[in-house]
Design a protein around this ligand. Structure first.
Ligand SMILES: [Zn+2]
Length: 113
């Protein structure tokens, strides 16, 4: 399938052209709310800032893939990226909490000296 606007080749499941963003004729954009896949972007950014930078960036990468895949009509891919992003956010929260705990223990130990 090719875009009627720019002539770019488009995925058959796509509802918009990935090059110019023009809606594909005959394909209806999913009404907002019907295909709701949480992208976890806020959680990914917060855990990057407060927990683990590397894991947070990985979570942001997956979170950003959710909307891209949704726009391409890849609902399953979007859900999969969403779950992966969530997994990294939870892992980051655990790392952040453990790091915070170790920090508090170290401060406590230093204060006790
Ligand atoms: Zn196009």
């Amino acid at each position: 399938m090719f875009c009627s606007e720019c002539g770019a080749q488009i995925n058959d499941n796509a509802v918009v052209c990935t090059k110019c963003g023009v809606p594909v004729p005959g394909k209806k954009l999913a009404p907002a709310g019907v295909v709701a896949v949480p992208n976890h972007m806020v959680g990914a950014i917060l855990t990057t800032l407060f927990c683990c930078l590397i894991g947070g960036i990985i979570a942001i990468v997956y979170a950003s893939q959710v909307n891209t895949k949704l726009a391409l009509g890849d609902i399953e891919g979007a859900k999969s990226a969403s779950r992966t992003a969530q997994g990294w956010i939870i892992a980051n929260l655990i790392v952040g909490l453990l790091g915070g705990l170790i920090y508090v223990i170290c401060i406590g130990a230093a204060a006790a000296l």
